[in-house]
Design a protein around this ligand. Structure first.
Ligand SMILES: [Zn+2]
Length: 301
């Protein structure tokens, strides 16, 4: 069976066709501008994949969307599948699920981009077989997807763990970059926060250990809090900032220090496996969207 997948991001929309094994068979990237410009191109891509001219087995059976937030992911909600109060103004309140469902007439399912990445990793990547895991993306913004008891967590909307409050590291005078909270996790540790604090983008600061020591301390605070709250079996870290791989051992060291033996589990005794990079080479989001489509098709059946 074939499935459609859309990874909806702030700069590009990745459209793909995959199978139930998570294999990506076709892929196209469309720039994210306005819905008027972008959506017809997405619809055109997927309409070709349901064409009656294709043999039945070559048509996609459902579409999964892993979408930038905030987005209404509650299936019972009247505004299910609408993008909500995003800073990307033209997309505010845009009914992305309804638009695609009306155009394609196949089951369409949506979740956050971070839940999508986590689902990809839980199905085919480094979190296979786990029931409790979290995925942080640390880049332009910070977001977290979470799975508890085998289910992706939504709650009243969806978690926003990029905005956890931080305890300032001694001597740190930086006010923070979040327009809503100043010195929250995203305000202190996102890519733009690094650039604002040090006057250069992170990739030009790779050789300055003090940059990454400080960064690791803030990331470790958030990971410690999430460990305390959700008790995940694994924490996966992705996003542009985490391409600075020297962060991983520092983060593991500080999480160990901050937990301070308060929790003793086999998972925490193996920090290298507990805090780990994404394993699907940047395809975790689109693969998660394939899995969302598989689930949507199963639900419909
Ligand atoms: Zn914030």
């Amino acid at each position: 069976m074939l499935y459609g997948a859309l990874e909806a991001g702030g700069t590009k929309m990745i459209c793909a066709v995959g199978n139930e094994n998570g294999q990506i068979l076709d892929q196209e990237s469309i720039p994210t501008t306005t819905p008027d410009e972008t959506m017809p191109k997405i619809i055109e891509y997927f309409t070709a994949k349901i064409s009656p001219e294709l043999p039945e087995d070559d048509r996609i059976k459902a579409l999964g969307i892993a979408c930038f937030g905030p987005v209404d992911v509650r299936p019972k909600s009247k505004t299910y599948g609408n993008i909500l109060n995003t800073p990307k103004i033209p997309w505010r309140n845009y009914p992305i699920v309804k638009t695609l469902k009306d155009a394609l007439n196949i089951p369409v399912s949506i979740d956050t981009d971070v839940n999508g990445s986590l689902l990809g990793e839980a199905t085919w990547g480094c979190a296979q077989g786990l029931t409790d895991a979290v995925y942080f993306t640390i880049g332009t913004g910070i977001g977290m997807g979470a799975m508890s008891g085998g289910k992706l967590i939504h709650g009243m909307l969806h978690p926003e763990a990029g905005h956890l409050f931080m305890v300032k590291v001694d001597g740190d005078e930086y006010k923070g970059h979040c327009p809503s909270h100043g010195a929250c996790f995203e305000g202190m540790a996102s890519g733009p926060a690094i650039q604002d604090r040090w006057g250069k983008p992170g990739k030009e600061l790779a050789e300055m250990p003090e940059v990454w020591e400080l960064e690791a301390k803030y990331i470790a605070q958030a990971l410690t809090d999430i460990t305390m709250v959700l008790s995940p079996q694994k924490i996966i870290l992705g996003g542009g900032v985490m391409t600075q791989t020297q962060l991983f051992p520092m983060i593991r060291k500080y999480v160990t220090e901050y937990i301070n033996n308060y929790i003793d589990t086999k998972e925490l005794r193996n920090m290298n496996a507990y805090i780990t990079p994404a394993a699907l080479n940047g395809n975790q989001g689109i693969m998660g969207a394939i899995k969302l489509a598989v689930m949507a098709a199963e639900e419909e059946a």
